[in-house]
Write a protein that binds this ligand. Structure first.
Ligand code: PSV
Ligand code: MN
Length: 430
């Protein structure tokens, strides 16, 4: 039986107060779209069918490398994190899956954890391995790297951990293993670029060999941090080469924060798709580097352009286009539930806007070299306020028209502060 954490009455009462205004806004937008030959309900149905996973680690307050400031009522166990993720999904109806990270989310009984999640209306998304941190009692240190370490026993330990993640994921109903390694160097000459990649490829192939038939291995690249001079899988080029060498079940995962400033990420998305290697996304935003800021908070236009490529890709699928969408942010100064509600909204808005692009007009302008009209095809979709479509889709699914307002009125965090043990304040890169 499913028991959602917030009172359904609270949501229904708040929605009842907002419904007349929403009806008005939805009808007005419907009439506007109609003039362009778009039936608003088809966009609403697309929005209703879209979902994005939330990371278990995102439910806690993140930290910078310098400090973490926990908030009262913050979740500290996977069980409490699932509860908070259920709140996000109950209000947004757009985040029905949680992406766990091991060993942080280890439990003794995964069948029970799967049931617990299901009872909260949740399933599990990609499993994430962690070989960028030493754990208490671990035999080998990752100070020399993990899958690319020069130390054979360390590489083996990292391979075994990834295989264990696959085994756990099978019990949880996951189908993807996301692998991000922090391996790299801080000094010129510290490691041989070619040999360290060889070691990575060899170890990654051992993990790949353990994938069940219907699983994918998502390779996440990152330009820098924690290594500041070079990183083994530093960019989409290294990622796609590695994925091509590993085989068809290996795909690339794009974390929006893992590129140099001003890089054309939407073009990377199109390139990866062209070669059938676009496997997943970690949504966040950044101003300088891998800042892990909230999705759409800095550059919502870039997020829209990324979705424009994704909608193109959806229309021209290659090799079973089915990217795993996930939010991956560090909430240092906000309540993580509020950040993820706001981020899910920003992400889906961009998906809806990209769905409004007049693709025939865009393609005709592109072919005819009508630069201004090609740009306008994107611009006119981008400038439409699609929020009534999202609100209507949420309300019809039992979610909140105004998720943040209902969340605040539920006093969830202060109630949890009475029950949960306080979180620690250790800093980290997560
Ligand atoms: C690395 O910065 C990253 O984006 C990877 O996805 C990790 O798994 C995640 O952050 C959490 O540390
Ligand atoms: Mn990430």
């Amino acid at each position: 039986m499913t028991t959602l954490p917030l009172s359904a009455d609270l949501i229904a009462q708040a929605n009842a107060r907002e419904m007349a205004a929403l009806d008005e806004d939805y009808s007005a937008l419907g009439r506007k779209l109609e003039r362009s030959g778009i039936a608003i309900d088809t966009i609403k149905d697309r929005v209703a069918g879209f979902s994005v996973a939330v990371p278990s680690w995102g439910a806690g307050r993140g930290g910078t490398r310098f400090a973490k400031f926990p908030i009262p009522g913050e979740p500290t166990t996977i069980h409490e994190k699932l509860e908070d993720c259920a709140v996000i999904n109950q209000l947004s109806r757009a985040t029905p899956r949680v992406s766990p990270h091991f060993p942080w989310d280890k439990v003794s009984d995964y069948a029970a954890l799967r049931e617990e999640a299901a009872s909260l209306g949740l399933g599990f998304d990609a499993v994430n391995s962690n070989t960028f941190q030493d754990q208490p009692g671990q035999a080998q240190t990752y100070a020399t790297g993990s899958l690319s370490s020069t130390v054979e026993a360390t590489r083996q330990q990292a391979v075994e951990h990834n295989i264990e993640c696959i085994e756990i994921g099978q019990k949880l109903g996951s189908r993807d293993l996301t692998v991000w390694v922090g391996d790299g160097t801080n000094f010129p000459g510290q490691q041989d670029f070619a040999r360290s990649l060889d070691r990575y490829l060899d170890a990654a192939a051992q993990v790949y060999a353990a994938l069940p038939d219907d699983w994918r291995m998502l390779l996440e690249h990152k330009m820098f941090e924690p290594a500041f001079y070079s990183t083994v899988i530093s960019d989409w080029g290294s990622s796609i080469l590695a994925a091509q060498e590993l085989g068809p079940k290996a795909k690339c995962l794009v974390d929006l924060g893992h590129h140099a400033p001003n890089v054309n990420i939407e073009q990377i998305v199109a390139r990866l798709h062209r070669f059938g290697k676009l496997g997943g996304f970690h949504f966040n935003d950044s101003k300088y580097g891998d800042d892990d800021l909230d999705s759409g908070s800095i550059n919502p236009h870039q997020l829209f352009l990324v979705f424009n490529e994704l909608v193109e890709a959806e229309r021209n699928p290659r090799d079973g286009f089915n990217p795993a969408y996930m939010i991956d942010q560090s909430h240092n100064v906000t309540d993580p539930i509020e950040s993820m509600l706001s981020s899910a909204e920003a992400i889906i808005q961009c998906y809806a806007k990209a769905s409004l692009v007049d693709r025939d007009a865009l393609h005709a302008a592109q072919l005819g070299n009508d630069t201004m009209m090609a740009f306008q095809a994107l611009r006119s979709a981008y400038t439409i306020d699609v929020s009534p479509i999202l609100a209507r889709a949420r309300a019809e699914a039992g979610g909140a028209i105004d998720p943040l307002a209902v969340y605040r009125s539920s006093q969830w965090r202060s109630r949890k502060a009475q029950e949960r043990r306080p979180a620690g304040s250790s800093a980290g890169i997560v």
